[in-house]
Design a protein around this ligand. Sequence first.
Ligand SMILES: [Zn+2]
Length: 693
Amino acid sequence: MRWLYALPLILMLCVPGRAQSPAAPAGDASGPSTAPKQPISFDLSAIDKTADPCTDFYQYACGNWMRDNPIPADKVRWGLFDELAQRNRYLLYLDLKDAAASPKTALQTKYGNYFAACMNLELANRLGAKPIEPELAQIAALTGKTQLAAFNLEADRDYYGAFLFDVGVAQDQKDASKQILATRQGGLTLPDRDYYLNDDDRSKKIREQYLAHVTKMFELMHDSPEAAAREASDVMRIETALARGSQSRVEMRDPANTYHIMTIAQLEASSPDYDWKQFLDGEGLAKVETLNVVSPGYVKTVNAILQTESLDAVKHYMRWHVLHAAAPLLSGAFATENFNFFQATLNGQQEQTPRWERCTNATDNALGEAVGQDWVKQNFPPTAKANVNKLVTALDTALAEDIKALPWMSDETKVQAEAKLAAMERKIGYPDHWRDYSALVVKRDDPVGNAERADQFETHRNLAKLGKPVDKSEWGMTPPTVNAYYAGAQVNINFPAGILQPPFYDDKIDPAVDFGAIGVVIGHEMTHGFDDQGAKFDLHGNVHNWFTEDDLAKFNERTKCIADEYSGFQVAPGQNLNGRLTLGENTADNGGLRIAFRALEETLAREGAAAEPGYSDGKRDGYTPEQRYFIAYGQVWCGNQREEAARVQARTNPHSTGEWRVKGAVQNFPEFGKAFACHVGQPMMPVNTCQVW
Ligand SMILES: [Zn+2]
């Protein structure tokens, strides 16, 4: 997968995702020396009682944890959330190691071989750049730009993905029951188009370092220093042009900006120098008459590149992307140079992530629903599924009541919002039907080929959806993943087994803590159906306005309040959050915190003492249920992050950093101030607050 931006599936994730690169590389071939600790729900020892919760609640809930848990040298971020991910990864690693040594089923043989091939450092070093030689030879043999469509097709079908142009299948925004073809923007290497375009000193410096990195990588391919420098400057020029022709992340959040249905003839007219017909025919898409062009400006930009750049320059660009995509799996020198720029320079990581972690991630990425089948048997009991289902129902009821009680929305729009909530489906733990990987060939002596074939498998699986009914039972995350998502075009919320563990969910703790942790996550995903992006979709998953004009104006005013507020939050010197990029996530955090609180209050009222196990005189560990609720919310975001990684996150990630997820949401919710007896005007109980839901 060489593509930067995914198709606009409108998946809204709960957490930022892995900071490490997904594929595997050089490094220590041994496993972990000790088992990572099991995170606990509600960690009293994490609390900094010298801090005032009304002044800085994040410091109060997490201060001692942050002091006692410095970031490991091989990580760019370390928090309670990462502790759970590490624990899940370790348990998965044990399965993979066993499957690699003595598989008991055909599926275990497959994922065991994938993992074993990835772990084989000696093999990687012996192969050097050999695994990518066939593709590089094909690029070298190109003699004219008219051959590019044919080569691109081969790259997409036989290697690791297409260059400059690719196609995929996604739900039609206007009729979500249909799956249509789309072509999107991409083709960059740095984390965002702004890295190529911004004029500040830090961005300029990163560009210089990137250019040096590309040059070094070409030198590792035995190009002379002069040739390598020339090739690197070709790469930089082409990627900069692509960046200029791309939409920003904020623009891409608006469905109106990513939907442009064109006929194939119109597409050909806007990029006449690329043989679309040959490309689409080769993909088996000869009968397609129309497609969605996500970014029309991008298509024109690529065409301009094909017109103005020399064939050699385009070949250097493609050669770079082959090398870059495979680098983590190649021999030590390539993997190390790749680490030095992307992890160390860009994100501040000090040491390479251990190989067992990278190979576990890579196997989970490639064969997640194969490894997940065994993982959930051991780590996700059926009782957990039933209990979480009850929590989701409690949140569902609370959001329905919240909508009814909204002071700013008319009854007319409320009826629509209620209908959308009623239509929202839920998936918990893992799929009912597991993906069939029988078409994916895995070889124990071919790690790069395995990664390529896994990518091809996904490409074919995606293209095969064209024209077929939508399968809403399909999952977009693997079972051990510590995350959750809302699928906007399918109107469903999804919670993998990986997040349904302490500190998020614990069947041995009081409900206040579960509501504050997993309850807020559930409310967060539900609220995504009603954030500035999700609210543009109706109960069928179609982009269609269901607000009255007046209510829409009020909604926009309220979301603007949140956007402006979060734009004022700083994550590193001179680096603030982008309130427009993070608007959906922040709205979901704020809504989730309110809704889960309401669900908790209802549970306490209904169940009385039964909902307060371990309490005496209304307190447990010295805290009321409401205080425990907010502390549990704050603690799932306890963590430390390297300054460089925080800067990358602020520029590219729709999620705010942990500190602001906590402080931003509690300071907008007066119930927090009440729970901790704060005074209006203190930082965590300001006079002016923002509220949407
Ligand atoms: Zn989210």
